[in-house]
Write a protein that binds this ligand. Structure first.
Ligand SMILES: [Zn+2]
Length: 242
């Protein structure tokens, strides 16, 4: 069953109420959720599902379900089973998610500083990385850091844009400006736009203003294979969330 994905319209929702629509050994499905499921290099959210009687179910991971847009909330071992139909409150681990949002958006910015095909990527709460198909000699940590931080300092607002396959076909020049080619066939595609900096298809959660990233540091650059030169970044300063 499809879940209403509240984080798609507002990545800053920390709490919400929902109804349980399915509960199995695999996890809990709700009619709506603020929990982002693992995908696109961004890990699934952790947090709490709180029952009407105050009982707290610890959620240790969130995954996509079998149906389109379905989300499975995975409880930590030993948690009580929820009942279909019951009303629950949701609470995500906001500090962890906000760090993921800042690092995720930072990767969008960095992908415009390193001009090369992206061959991989991953985001964790403490660090994030992109792999590039590029010559190692062209990767300079100090330069990547300086140029990425200069873009972050522009503090521009990010925008989520939905576009249909028909719109894409009608505007081939739009696809040329994207750093990653959009997938076709799903009817419409969600794009993250950082005006003047980046435009690419992405279903993840991002900060509203890239200034919220504050700054990044290149932690290391490593050769992970012929087409994988890995640039790993960390946030250079702690931000006060919200
Ligand atoms: Zn993204």
């Amino acid at each position: 069953m499809a879940t209403e994905l509240l984080f798609r319209d507002d990545a800053y929702l920390r709490t919400a109420t929902a109804h349980v629509v399915a509960a199995s050994d695999r996890g809990v499905e709700l009619d709506r959720t603020i929990f982002y499921p693992l995908g696109g290099g961004q890990p699934g959210d952790t947090g709490l599902v709180i029952r009407a009687n105050g009982e707290r179910i610890l959620i240790s991971d969130t995954r996509k379900g079998d149906a389109l847009n379905s989300v499975v909330h995975v409880p930590a071992p030993g948690m009580p089973q929820l009942t279909v139909g019951e009303t629950v409150s949701l609470e995500i681990d906001w500090d962890r998610r906000y760090a993921l949002m800042r690092l995720h958006t930072a990767l969008h910015v960095m992908s415009c500083v390193v001009v090369a095909p992206v061959t991989g990527g991953n985001i964790a709460p403490e660090r994030a990385r992109l792999d590039f198909d590029i010559d190692m000699n062209l990767l300079n940590a100090e330069k990547i850091e300086r140029e990425t931080n200069a873009l972050i300092a522009r503090a521009v607002e990010t925008e989520t844009v939905w576009i249909t396959d028909a719109d894409l076909d009608a505007q081939p020049e739009l696809v040329k400006t994207m750093s990653v080619q959009p997938p076709r066939g799903a009817g419409r595609v969600r794009l993250l736009k950082i005006p003047g900096i980046d435009l690419q298809p992405c279903g993840g959660t991002h900060v509203r203003n890239i200034g919220e990233i504050r700054g990044i540091r290149v932690a290391r650059i490593r050769n992970e294979g012929k087409r994988n030169k890995r640039v790993e970044i960390v946030l250079s300063s702690a931000a006060v969330s919200g």
